[in-house]
Design a protein around this ligand. Structure first.
Ligand SMILES: Nc1nc2c(ncn2[C@@H]2O[C@H](COP(=O)(O)OP(=O)(O)OP(=O)(O)O)[C@@H](O)[C@H]2O)c(=O)[nH]1
Ligand SMILES: [Mg+2]
Ligand SMILES: [Zn+2]
Length: 350
């Protein structure tokens, strides 16, 4: 199984080499604290003299956003003029250049290039017809780690959803970690060895009893992380527990449907300690995948990469083609059947 780990990491590395220079510069800055400081100094130098400052977007509401700057939250209006200037809507984790006036109000100037982004697709009704339009929705920017939170029970664990979250991480170039929360509620924990085999760290936690939280803290240390997952799995509860404060609202899962109530409605960034930040996000209703067309989908399953070199057709989609080495690897048990099944489901647009 260790080979898969290598493939996963190699794939990430390979994608990184495709980046632009400025992205690579920032990427490099994430590799060590010293480099991160150097990047900050460089940005500071670039923005000095213009009165501009740099901050991190902590929360975006309808007409304003909060920017974290030197330990203070700065209120910045998001009026139509500012939004036109920015060309994109800021999201939690974005690094922004802004100006501060005498009464402490900020004016956003620019969103700095995003090193990573966690993205999902949002479907919107077209204005004139019933046509559905699809639009990229960035959940969080510049994160090093995506904590995919699932629950052992209430709502029940859905392994196939995890595969979709992993595709989202691969697409956004964010390292994944699987956190199975509410372990106190389940007598038997689901088998997550498939994910460990892929090189994805797996943690078993309970925001109620505190189980696994110290281990989670170790993984978060010194990183910008985002918690993502379905509604009601306990994302906000985990953040509260880690912050040791009841900052975020939580609500019970509906007894009738067993589903979460979409309690969190906007993403928010929280500082755990110097250099450690957490972004809580709203629960995702459905995880349609942005820009992952059927041709490129196979690249998001890193364990397919090596066997696919032996497929008869170079463009093999590993579906109904003859001489498919990926299907053969599934038959031999080298690729877990569940992962292949997930792949086929996403491929068929389910
Ligand atoms: N037993 C148990 N309950 C938990 C645990 N974590 C969270 N809960 C409960 O689960 C419910 C939902 O928790 P939230 O933290 O609001 O879930 P969320 O993922 O933030 O949900 P959204 O904001 O809707 O996306 C609350 O009633 C929590 O008290 C846990 O580890 N064990
Ligand atoms: Mg929440
Ligand atoms: Zn094939």
């Amino acid at each position: 199984m260790d080979e898969h780990r290598v493939v996963w990491e190699a794939r990430q590395w390979q994608k990184r080499t495709d980046r632009t220079e400025s992205e690579q510069a920032y990427e490099g800055s994430r590799s060590s604290k010293e480099a991160r400081r150097a990047a900050r100094r460089a940005t500071k130098a670039a923005t000095e003299g213009t009165g501009e400052r740099e901050g991190i977007v902590a929360e975006v509401r309808r007409a304003r956003c909060l920017v974290l700057h030197e330990g203070q939250y700065v209120d910045c209006p998001l009026d139509p003029h500012t939004l036109r200037l920015l060309t994109d809507v800021p999201v939690a984790g974005d690094r922004v250049a802004f100006d501060l006036d005498d009464i402490g109000q900020g004016t956003l100037h620019r969103i700095l290039p995003r090193a990573t982004k966690l993205v999902r697709m949002r479907t919107q009704r077209g204005s004139s017809s019933r046509q559905q339009q699809q639009e990229e929705q960035v959940l969080a920017a510049n994160v090093d780690l995506a904590v995919i939170v699932a629950s052992a029970a209430m709502p029940p664990f859905h392994p196939r959803l995890v595969d979709r979250y992993l595709i989202m991480c691969q697409y956004g170039e964010v390292a994944p970690l699987l956190c199975l929360n509410k372990c106190d509620l389940a007598e038997e924990q689901p088998d997550l060895s498939i994910y460990e085999g892929l090189g994805v760290p797996v943690l078993y936690t309970s925001a109620t009893t505190g189980e696994g939280l110290e281990e989670l803290r170790v993984h978060l240390q010194g990183k910008f992380s985002v918690l993502t997952g379905h509604s009601g799995v306990g994302k906000s509860s985990l953040v509260n527990r880690l912050l040791e404060q009841e900052i975020l609202q939580v609500a019970e899962v509906s007894a009738a449907t067993g589903r979460g109530r979409h309690t969190t409605t906007v993403s928010s960034l929280h500082k755990l300690d110097e250099g450690t930040y957490l972004i809580d996000t709203p629960g995702i209703r459905s995880l349609a995948l942005w820009e992952v067309d059927s041709y490129s989908l196979r690249f998001y399953f890193p364990e397919f990469e090596e066997p696919s070199l032996n497929c008869k057709f170079r463009n093999c989609l590993h579906a109904s083609e003859p001489g498919c080495a990926v299907k053969e690897a599934v038959r031999l048990g080298d690729i877990p059947f569940e992962r292949y099944e997930s792949y086929l489901r996403v491929l068929s647009g389910e």
